[in-house]
Design a protein around this ligand. Sequence first.
Ligand SMILES: [Fe+2]
Length: 305
Amino acid sequence: MTRTPPRVGLNFLPEGDFRAAALPLFEAGLVDALERDIDYAWGSHPRGERRDEPAWALEILDAYAADDALYGHGVWMSVMSGRWTSRQERWIAQLTDECRARRYRHVSEHFGWLSAGPFWRNTMLPAPYTPATVALGVDRLRRLADAVGCPVGLENLGMGLGPVDAQEQGAFLGEILDAVDGFLLLDVHNVWTQAHNARLDPLALLRTYPLARVRELHVSGGDWYEPAPGARPIRLDSHDGDVPGDVWPLVAEALACCPALEVVFLERRGQTLGREPDRAAYRADFLALRAAVEAAFDVGEERCA
Ligand SMILES: [Fe+2]
């Protein structure tokens, strides 16, 4: 069976260091698609303010939207918060307005939660896997689907509370996605991060996810945190570094085993591309990702049953 290769793109940052780093890739016509933080400008954080996006950024986004090659990624909905709040209601209204103003191929959010009443974190936190939290996730994903006119999905978490939490997440996500016919945004670095931190086999952990539901991959880097001098370092899903060598076998596995895959994004956090060596490494990662996609789709054989 011949499969269509996925598009290969970048998560878009309306910032000068991103523009300088990515410009050669755009000029070479190598960026098939863009993903943007769809709520970047909305001021959704309680201490956040609305942000203006520069004209050059809006021009690029509009051009990719016109080519049906723009993808939306939410950050601030807080899908698994227990109580539905007026803040989230406003977020949904802004999402509806944005999807009317600009065309998106699909919209995703993060699995997990970052707000509970007055409590806020900038890191997505996991929820326990129970019938009640599955029902909660289904309700939230339906609200997301009702707000947009395109497919909706959830991204697997980088953070886990322990081995069982990490190993259950695929089934947890699968139950929610099945109920709403949603897609999985599989962040491969998040899988590797969870595997390292919980001392699990990364490839085995990747295979616990509902791979038939994957429409999008994230490939990124991160950093290490040493909790005490000499202690085993903890991997962080911080999107501020190069793609580690150990992540590439997971990328190859995902490319081979996700039959509905449409798009693959190299993901990077803003304001981490200020130095030319970092920009060169970022471009090298993007070219390596393109090469991995080409290699996976040149093979011409099915690796996964
Ligand atoms: Fe991601």
